[in-house]
Design a protein around this ligand. Structure first.
Ligand code: URA
Length: 271
């Protein structure tokens, strides 16, 4: 029973997959383990209560103030701004330890497709398959998205695809607001470096992150909006669309999704 309860708890916490044959404490491996006083000075511990046997007290070394850490959002902004090209941005993101999601994810999921296509699709965050493969939209919802885009003649040579959050949130939970704030500078820089002509915002999270406001995706979808990206001379046309994961759960919404695809196709054709 105990083992079953422990397994249930693990699943609730998002450990819903076996990645290795043997367990590995990956968080411990990453932590900067500080030696504790008892380990460095065992000989100063009194061995007997007899006063004569007690060793002299050792003065503890003065505590050094920890180096001032720039707030993680500021560090994310600085790292992203310093990236001069997409490869540098990817490396900066891979080195960024300010977002706890990077510690629980298997892989960084950066982007896939054609950066020179002029069209950039932005989803929410990787799921289990994307986390394993290190590529966006390769799982069930990604396959549905690929079929939908193929129906208007688009494959990954016609667009670049990425996510607002580049690491899988455990158990596919929604990212928190602070996780979004930590990842957004990298996405904004990615857009500024790639300079796409148009954006497609897949789902509510990426739509709100790039357009602002709190409107739901059913309000936002179906019409082009404008995304203001720091570092670019003008706003970029952005089309919010329903997320394919939502379409898998609510197939009745495919009618709206189809209307959005046709709108995208007409715009790409200049009609
Ligand atoms: N859902 C997303 O938003 N992004 C992915 O990469 C996969 C599923």
């Amino acid at each position: 029973m105990d083992a079953l309860a422990a397994l249930r708890l693990q699943i609730e916490w998002g450990a819903d997959e076996a990645l290795d044959e043997t367990p590995r404490a990956r968080l411990v491996a990453r932590a900067q383990v500080q030696p504790v006083a008892a380990e460095v000075a065992p000989e100063v511990q009194p061995r007997s209560l007899a006063p004569a046997a007690r060793p002299a007290l050792v003065q503890p070394a003065p505590v050094q103030p920890a180096p001032v850490q720039r707030a993680p959002v500021q560090r994310a902004q600085d790292l992203a701004a310093a990236a001069r090209d997409v490869d540098a941005l990817r490396a900066a993101l891979a080195s960024f330890d300010g977002c706890a999601l990077s510690a629980t994810a298997t892989n960084l999921v950066f982007a896939d497709g054609n950066p020179a296509s002029g069209l950039m699709l932005i989803g929410e965050g990787p799921g289990a398959e994307e986390d394993r493969a290190g590529k966006p939209f390769v799982g069930p919802s990604g396959q549905l998205l690929a079929r939908m885009l193929a129906s208007i003649g688009l494959d990954r040579s016609n667009y670049l695809i990425t996510n607002l959050i580049p690491w899988r949130p455990p158990g596919n939970r929604n990212p928190t607001d602070s996780e979004v704030q930590l990842c957004l500078p990298f996405l904004l820089r990615h857009i500024a470096l790639v300079r796409p002509k148009r954006l497609v915002l897949i789902g509510a999270l990426s739509s709100r992150a790039l357009l602002g406001g709190t409107a739901g995706i059913t309000k936002l979808r179906g019409k082009w909006a404008s995304a203001v990206i720091p570092g670019l001379p003008g706003p970029i046309p952005a089309l919010p669309v329903l997320h394919p994961a939502y379409l898998l759960r609510s197939p009745g919404a495919k009618r709206e999704a189809w209307a959005d695809l046709l709108l995208l196709r007409r715009t790409l054709d200049g009609k």
